[in-house]
Write a protein that binds this ligand. Structure first.
Ligand SMILES: [Zn+2]
Length: 54
């Protein structure tokens, strides 16, 4: 299975993993700006990266 992983470089932690089947890039971008917005507001570097798990 493939996931999109939302990772904060400043906190050095994974904020969430979203199955690519159900979440496209746009949807994950939305989540970053809503659910994870506290990091963005603090000026943290939040990245979306692909994560594969079998
Ligand atoms: Zn952060």
């Amino acid at each position: 299975m493939e996931f999109r992983e939302v990772y904060c470089s400043n906190c050095k932690k994974v904020l969430g993993r979203y199955n690519t089947k159900f979440y496209n890039e746009e949807k994950v971008g939305e989540l970053v700006n809503t659910t994870h917005s506290t990091h963005i507001r603090k000026g943290h570097q939040v990245n979306i990266r692909k994560f594969e798990k079998n």
